[in-house]
Design a protein. Structure first.
Length: 288
């Protein structure tokens, strides 16, 4: 049993690289996902994940499977969609969710069309679903660098982000940091979606951000505990997903997200904040 759990990482370098990538994503992308969830922007994260596709596709068409070109293209496309949706929402009667949905649908269709016109089915699958088992030194360095930037950025913006999660109007009234926190946070979201894109693809990059955060929210009562538990869930699920992929010969990216999904469903059922948890552990009410 122990041999089945340890030997894949001892014998194969690509498994060790994939595990290192999962660790970096857990430390960088998942805390950003916690704030996305608390700000009620989870679906926005999903939309932004699709929005980076045309930029990455253009980078792919121009330079092939170039790490730098696809990264820069994805970041530019994500920022354009985020800022464009915000400007449309402020200059028209459309709300931000409607404008973001329109931008993301157009971006997704354009990205798939770009890759399909010049690429092969294998290339399209690589862009959409990632290749966590094929991470090289450059990809790992990029993911680790973005994780480091994210941790530093969250530390610097922590107080205004917390205030904006619970009372954005109060933050706008007492501090000039509200726009800095808002747009700085959106930049961190885009960076981590691009980071996750290289490992999990555009369709599932947001999964390692939102699912662990949602599961941790059902167990934890404080923000610090939620952040730590979400990162732990993401990494342990990444480890389990890689083992499932290795032994069952299934794609690693979907396996990782499905394992996180199982943790979320179990948490939804049995956690104190879930469906059955309060009934399984009833607490006495205060008596007069």
């Amino acid at each position: 049993m122990i041999d089945a759990l340890v030997s894949p990482f001892l014998e194969f370098e690509f498994m060790r690289r994939a595990l290192a990538g999962a660790l970096a994503l857990s430390l960088g992308a998942t805390p950003v996902g916690v704030f996305l969830m608390l700000r009620r922007m989870s679906l926005m994260g999903d939309a932004m994940g699709h929005a980076i596709l045309p930029g990455a596709a253009l980078g792919y068409l121009a330079f092939g499977l170039s790490l730098g070109a696809m990264t820069v293209g994805g970041i530019v496309a994500g920022l354009v969609v985020a800022l464009g949706a915000g400007l449309v929402a402020r200059a028209s009667i459309l709300r931000e969710d409607a404008s973001l949905a329109a931008f993301y649908l157009l971006s997704l269709a354009a990205g798939v069309m770009i890759v399909s016109l010049r690429g092969r089915n294998l290339d399209l699958l690589h862009v959409l679903f990632g290749s966590v088992l094929a991470l090289d030194d450059g990809s790992l360095l990029l993911i680790a660098s973005i994780a480091s930037v994210s941790l530093v950025g969250l530390a610097l913006l922590f107080r205004p982000l917390v205030l904006e999660c619970f009372d954005p109007a109060f933050l706008r009234g007492v501090s000039r940091l509200s726009p800095v926190a808002h747009y700085g946070f959106l930049a961190l979201v885009v960076l981590n979606l691009v980071s996750g894109f290289h490992a999990l693809g555009t369709l599932m990059a947001v999964g390692i951000m939102i699912l662990p955060a949602a599961a941790a929210r059902l167990w934890a009562r404080t923000l610090s505990a939620m952040l730590a538990l979400a990162a732990a869930i993401a990494f342990s699920s990444g480890l389990a997903g890689l083992l499932v992929s290795f032994h069952a010969d299934v794609p690693a990216g979907p396996a990782i997200i499905l394992v996180i999904g199982v943790v979320y469903v179990l948490s939804l059922a049995f956690a104190p904040g879930g469906l059955l948890g309060p009934r399984l552990d009833p607490r006495p009410h205060l008596e007069a």
